[in-house]
Design a protein around this ligand. Structure first.
Ligand SMILES: [Fe+2]
Length: 192
C-alpha cells in the first residue's frame, strides 16, 4: 500500500517524545519513505505541473510542524545559515540539492562576528533527505528545476535566524517575518 501523506503526518506526530522533542532521524526516514513510495504525491506537488515557489501543504495542529513543497525555476546558492531554534529536514523530489554543513569555531562573544568552517558536503538526490537540528549551520545549492519537500519544527519565517558571511567573518541575525520579505512566493494549500 502507498505510504499516504496522512500516515506520514501521523508518523511524524508519533516521533515526538513526552517532552515535546522530535526524533529528527525518524522524521528524516519518514520523509524519505514518502518521497520514495508515494509517486502520486511527488508528481502532484513536485511534478512539472506543480506550482513554483513555496507551497505550505500542512501544519500539524498538535505538534506544530509544517510541511512545504519548494520548486524553483532558477538555480540558487544560499549563504550559510541556520533556522534558529527550529529544525529543518530537506527531502529531494526532483534534480538535486548540494548541501554543505558548517561548524562554528568562535565563542559567539563578538556581535556580528563569526568564524565558521565547512565540515561536510554531500548531494541529496531524489528520495534522499537531510536533517538539520536547531542552530546547525548549512548552505544549499540547487539548479533550475529542483524541487524538494521540507519539514520544519516551526514557522521559519517567524524564527530569528542567522546568516553567515564566511569570507568576511560576518553574521547577521534577522527575523524574516513573512515569505514576501524573503523574496519567496508562498501559497498555503493544506492537503490534510
Ligand atoms: Fe536552510
Amino acid at each position: 500500500m502507498t505510504y499516504s501523506f496522512e500516515q506520514f503526518c501521523a508518523d511524524n506526530r508519533a516521533a515526538y517524545d513526552g517532552t515535546g522533542k522530535a526524533d529528527l532521524e525518524q522524521i528524516r526516514l519518514n520523509l524519505e519513505r514518502l518521497l520514495q513510495e508515494n509517486q502520486p504525491f511527488v508528481e502532484e506537488h513536485c511534478g512539472p505541473d506543480a506550482d513554483g515557489g513555496v507551497v505550505e501543504l500542512y501544519q500539524d495542529p498538535e505538534k506544530g510542524f509544517l510541511v512545504y513543497a519548494h520548486g524553483y525555476a532558477e538555480g540558487r546558492t544560499s549563504p550559510p545559515h541556520d533556522h534558529g531554534a527550529s529544525w529543518a529536514i530537506y527531502g529531494q523530489a526532483k534534480r538535486f540539492t548540494d548541501m554543505t554543513e558548517w561548524n562554528r569555531l568562535d565563542d559567539k562573544s563578538r556581535d556580528g562576528y563569526a568564524e565558521i568552517e565547512s565540515a561536510r558536503k554531500y548531494r541529496l538526490d531524489p528520495g534522499m533527505a537531510g536533517k538539520f537540528g536547531p542552530h546547525e549551520i548549512h548552505q544549499i545549492h540547487f539548479e533550475a528545476g529542483a524541487r524538494f519537500v521540507r519539514v520544519t519544527g516551526a514557522d521559519l519565517f517567524e524564527e530569528e535566524t542567522l546568516t553567515y558571511q564566511p569570507d568576511t567573518n560576518g553574521v547577521v541575525a534577522r527575523t524574516v517575518g513573512s515569505a514576501a520579505n524573503a523574496g519567496e512566493n508562498l501559497t498555503k494549500r493544506h492537503i490534510a
